[in-house]
Design a protein around this ligand. Structure first.
Ligand SMILES: *Cc1c(COP(=O)(O)O)cnc(C)c1O
Length: 472
């Protein structure tokens, strides 16, 4: 990292560096020769935590141990000096790194990089929101060529928290302009908003809750033609359905709180970046390994780090990601088809429905990973996730009546759960951005966001059916 050049390496330090370089070589071979050859499910189940790791270092524990400890002790001053100069793999202090979050990070780096013929790395964060801050902040420092005049170009259809972070924290408080793309599927609108002060392009897809979508490859090519990075929020898809880095994106942000874990124990996030990404800033180390760089420098200083307990609980939930997302997607399709034919429903937004204007575009990108290797399918198979939204006929009053009548579906501002959860975005997730912000993001007051869980879809439909009957 940036202080490395000034570090004087003593003989004692060099000993530790040599020992650790051997370890790093072995790890590289293990990733290249073993892990990278596995299918998605095997990576999700094992990640980098191996039988050898467990037996050599962790008394054979079959689950990644939760390292609830603030800091790491060193054998002597040479080891400490090498560690704190980031010359050897180390974790130092749990704000910088931790062995439990290490395994979480590697699993995510490998899953988002599945099928990508390059390297990816990951930096864990305490939440999806801190992942977004972690990803965008390095590009917005005044060190860039445009100095204090900076802008970003981002999809207006995005998570309410993202809208607040960009419009209040960046625009109002720091005078960093956020130029909203209203129709993200229109590449000319993206192009028209970029100028010499633009630092990055940011897109959420599918967007929460309106299911906005865009052509990742087109937008990534556009970004790179201006020497800019493309950052994608891929929370709703998860790597089981879409891996933006494989299509040209530079950085992915994940709220692991959501479908990635689905268990609902707590909040977690991550950024996953390709090595050697594109950016118009002069920081070669940052571009070479973005995740590691922000982990060891920026996030060490800001401190938005993931707790080891949450890391292992989230990791444990991720092991069944592919089959879970498949099941949740199929359940959601059934519910969407039911809603589309219901006389009390004005419209249904689900990318899996052929009536959705972005259905064809979604078909291009949203594939259940490894379906062609699955004996159930045996061929590439589109899946669309478990987030959908719909509008209830008869306005706000009927919508609230329907919502209040739900018995099994939970009323909560949450998505990605194994339990079905519904919310009214206009009074919850998108309440703070006001009437104009909601109009910009296409959030009408009678929109209900539904994330269908793992219950039998007939039981979910029965609950919706009785609630709609009450609202008639
Ligand atoms: C929830 C969510 C976030 C924020 O994640 P937290 O873990 O709640 O901080 C970001 N993006 C999307 C799409 C989300 O759904």
């Amino acid at each position: 990292m940036s202080r490395q050049d000034e570090t004087i390496i003593t003989k004692g330090m060099q000993n530790y560096i040599d020992i650790n370089n051997k370890y790093l070589e072995k790890r590289k071979d293990y990733i290249q020769d073993v892990v990278k050859k596995w299918k998605f499910d095997t990576i999700a189940v094992h990640g980098l935590y191996s039988v050898t790791d467990a037996i050599d270092d962790y008394q054979g524990a079959i689950i990644e141990p939760i390292f609830m400890t603030s800091s790491q002790a060193y054998r002597d001053s040479d080891e400490m000096a090498a560690a704190l100069a980031y010359k050897i793999p180390t974790w130092c202090y749990s704000r910088i790194a931790n062995p439990s979050t290490y395994y979480y990070e590697w699993t995510l780096a490998l899953l988002e990089g599945y099928g990508f013929d390059g390297e990816t790395s990951c930096c864990s964060t305490s939440s999806g929101m801190s992942a977004i801050m972690t990803a965008v902040h390095p590009f917005l420092t005044v060190k860039g060529k445009s100095g204090h005049v900076r802008n970003i170009v981002a999809t207006a259809q995005c998570y309410g928290g993202t809208f607040q972070q960009f419009s209040v924290r960046l625009m109002e408080e720091q005078n960093i302009e956020c130029r909203w793309v209203k129709n993200a599927a229109d590449i000319s609108e993206w192009a028209s908003l970029i100028d010499k002060n633009t630092r990055l392009l940011y897109g959420e897809l599918p967007s929460n809750p309106q299911l906005g979508f865009f052509d990742i490859k087109e937008v990534a090519d556009l970004a790179h033609s201006h020497n800019l990075p493309l950052i994608c929020d891929s929370t709703v898809a998860t790597p089981a359905l879409l891996r933006p880095i494989c299509h040209g994106a530079d950085i992915v942000v994940q709220s692991a709180t959501k479908t990635l874990s689905s268990g609902g124990f707590g909040i977690a996030g991550a950024i996953i970046a390709r090595k050697n990404l594109t950016a118009n800033i002069e920081d070669e180390q940052l571009k070479a390994d973005f995740s590691l760089h922000v982990k060891y420098l920026q996030n060490r200083d800001f401190g938005p780090n993931l707790h080891p307990m949450q890391a292992v609980m989230t990791l444990n939930d991720m092991r069944t990601l592919r089959s879970k997302v498949d099941m949740l997607s199929r359940n959601t399709m059934k519910v969407a088809q039911y809603l589309e034919s219901h006389p009390c429903i004005e419209s249904v937004q689900y990318l899996g429905l052929p009536s959705h204007p972005l259905h064809d575009l979604a078909n291009k990108y949203m594939w259940l990973v490894d379906a062609e290797h699955d004996e159930l399918y045996g061929k590439p198979t589109n899946r669309y996730g478990h987030l959908m939204s719909f509008c209830v006929k008869g306005g706000v009053e009927k919508t609230h009546k329907f919502f209040d009548g739900l018995q099994r579906i939970w009323r909560a501002t949450d998505i990605g759960r194994i339990k079905s959860v519904a919310t009214i975005p206009a009074i919850s997730t998108h309440q703070q951005q006001g009437v104009n912000g909601r109009a910009l993001a296409c959030i009408p007051a009678n929109m209900v966001r539904l994330c269908v869980g793992g219950e039998h879809p007939e039981d979910v439909i029965a609950d919706i059916d009785q609630a709609l009957a009450k609202a008639r």
